[in-house]
Structure formats: structure tokens, C-alpha cells
Design a protein around this ligand. Sequence first.
Ligand code: FMN
Length: 318
Amino acid sequence: MEGITDPVFRRLVSRTGGVAALCSEFLRISVSPVPERICRRHLAVTDAGDDGLRQVRLPTAIQLMAAGCEHVPESAAHAECAGADWIDLNFGCPAPVVFGKCAGSALLALPERMSAIVRAARSGTTLPVTAKIRAGITDERLLEENLLALAEAGAAAVTIHARLRIQGYHQPASWHWIAQGVRVLRAAGYRLPVVGNGGVERADQVAEMRRLTGCDAVMVGRAVLADPFLFRVAAGGPAPDRREAAEWPMRYYEAEAAAHGGSRALAKLKQQLCWYRAGDLFADGEAQRKMLLRARSASEILSWLVAAGVSRPRASCD
Ligand SMILES: Cc1cc2nc3c(=O)[nH]c(=O)nc-3n(C[C@H](O)[C@H](O)[C@H](O)COP(=O)(O)O)c2cc1C
């Protein structure tokens, strides 16, 4: 998620368990191809003291975003050289700055251009090329046409974010659009995997989305910021106890500090704590969270987390 996640976060989540694959934030193609070194940066973390994070290397995509075909083959080739396992194309971003440049979700109105971009990416790489879409811009009228255009262009898989562009991120996701996508592609004889996305907030909803829509896999966005253990629990693993939940942000801080230095690590730690709800650390109310977000130093936050990890949550008195 652009502006929020990074390779350090992805590696740490992948070590927590239950994750099948990872995808970078979108890398925008504008006046020149995305350089190989930028792709490398999104795929890797530094070696420095990151506690073996490198040992886990799940399949990872570089996501590209373009308004047209120019520089797409070269960018895909650079992503391949940098070590990506596949290339994902973003046709879902709703941000006005992206939409206004006819990229991201703006392409949902232009199925032919979307399929040309998929073909362009495929021409530059031997890797699989996948696509991520929303159900539409203001309505879902082109959903079927878009999916068939992507399949026809040779997309290896498609992720459907079950919201319209005008719904942003906060309106409820409509999973029936994922089910519709699965039906349309299968009826046309396409077997490419469909990944469902949108509105998964709890581990049990991963299986629920698969059951209700028939999708082949589930992509989770924001909920993993709140609970990095969601994938592990969805895969049948244990929920974290309070100590493990308190340790996670500390490990994240340490890994960020080793990779990028203390001030960025502090900013990322605070960003994480804005969302965090694993282990009910803030079950006593939001005052503690607000206090931590005002902290001037990481040590203030880390000491609170150490104490929170060993203390018991207060029993509720209803
Ligand atoms: C701040 C922010 C940045 C995002 N950046 C990306 C991105 O770079 N690429 C992408 O495919 N989706 C991006 N997304 C969308 C999420 O991946 C996901 O599709 C969306 O949040 C819906 O899933 P969710 O309800 O599980 O969060 C972003 C979402 C947010 C909130």
C-alpha cells in the first residue's frame, strides 16, 4: 500500500506466517521506464541487523502503473532483472492525481487500452503478468468486458477489488462483484486465478470470501496493518498472545531502524500503531494510543510495549 507498507513490513508479515505471496506498492511509469534499482529497492531489505528477514523470500510482485504502453515493456524487463517473481498492473487506484493522468482506475473505462498495457508488459518479460482492477468507476457496467479483455490479453491472474472508484476505501465492499467475475471468466473458458479483495477485516473472512465468491485466493490490504497475524490465523495458526502482539511493533521498529535509520523507524512505528489492534493492547481505550503517538522518542513507546506485553488486559466490568 503506497505510502504505508514497505519491504521491511512485508518481510516481517511474511515471517509471521500464512502468507502466500506479496506485492509491492505501485511504481508509476511516466516519462521514462521504472529503473531496475527502484524495483530492487521495493523487493529487498538491507542485510544490516534485520534478524534474518532475508531468509524468508516469498514470491513477490512488482506492481507497475501506466497510462499507456510507453515504457511498459522496459519497466517490466527491469522488474524481472531486479528479481520480481511476477509483474502486477494497477488498474484500481482511485487517487485524483492518478485518475487525472488517465492511470489506475481511469483505465477501467478503456478495456482496449488495459489489454494493450498487459500485452506491452508481457512483451518485455518472461514473467507472468497479472492485473488488479476495481468493479468499475461509477458503476459496474464494464466489469465483464474488462475481465475478458484482461484474460484475452494473457493476464496470468486478476485481482478484483470489490468496490467502485467512487466508493474509495470506506464504503462496504460488494463481494458479489468478485463472484460475478469468477462466473464470467469460467463461462468464457478462462482458468486464470481470480483473487478477491476488499473489506476483509478478520481472519475468518478469508475463508468466507472464498466460499461466497468462488475466488481462488484472497488479498488483504488494510486489515494486516491492524493485525499482522491475520494471515497466520486465517491459515489455521494460533492468534497472538499479548506478549507476541506487543513484540511485533518492537521488531518492526528494530528492522526499520536497521534498514533505514532511527527517525524513519520511529515514523513507521507510529504509523503502525495508528492501526494496530492485535492482542487488544489498547483495550483500555484510545488514550494510551494517543499518548504513544505523541511520544518524542522510540524508547518511550518501546518501554510501554514491553510493559504491555507482560501485563494482563484489565477485565471488563459489565
Ligand atoms: C493508503 C493506501 C494505499 C494503497 N496503495 C495501493 C497500491 O500501491 N497498490 C494497490 O494495488 N493497492 C493499493 N491500495 C489498495 C489496497 O491494496 C486494497 O486493494 C484496498 O485497501 C482494499 O482492500 P482492503 O479492504 O483489504 O483494505 C492502497 C490502499 C490504501 C488505503
